[in-house]
Design a protein around this ligand. Sequence first.
Ligand code: GTP
Ligand code: MG
Length: 149
Amino acid sequence: VEETYIMVKPDGVQRGLVGEIISRFEKKGFKLTGLKLFQCPKELAEEHYKDLKAKPFFPKLTEYITSGPVVCMAWEGVGVVASARKLIGATNPLQAEPGTIRGDLAVQTGRNVIHGSDSPENGVREIALWFKEGELCPWTQAQAPWLRE
Ligand code: GTP
Ligand code: MG
């Protein structure tokens, strides 16, 4: 089944938005399989965002991601990657629709509170990058029959 890497960025932690953000994914019906508060080292931030290395904002981006603890999450479910991106909203929070996390809770691209994997392949890659083997916890969701027929 599909999995995605979701991360509350340092601004989301500092602004007290962790519970609200987790709640949106829980209420939607996805399954949480990994969760930790974590101070990201510079090297990991650079590896995670390596596709953006040539961008002018790359140094500011890695500085931002390492500026305080993040909340790392693995979420599982049918179609979870694309659905999470919809719940998160556009990269620029001013362009993100109301009702989305960025649309409701942020105002600037450089402080957009949350990350979500952009493809199932990157979901797998990023979960392996941010979590060690024993940190993930598979479990059976009791509400599963009430989520899917
Ligand atoms: P992520 O879920 O964090 O990967 O965001 P995204 O997929 O919506 O956007 P993208 O992968 O293109 O960019 C990654 C992150 O870099 C964004 O979420 C922003 O935090 C940051 N970023 C992107 N573009 C800009 C920019 O023009 N200026 C600044 N300061 N930051 C940017
Ligand atoms: Mg991205």
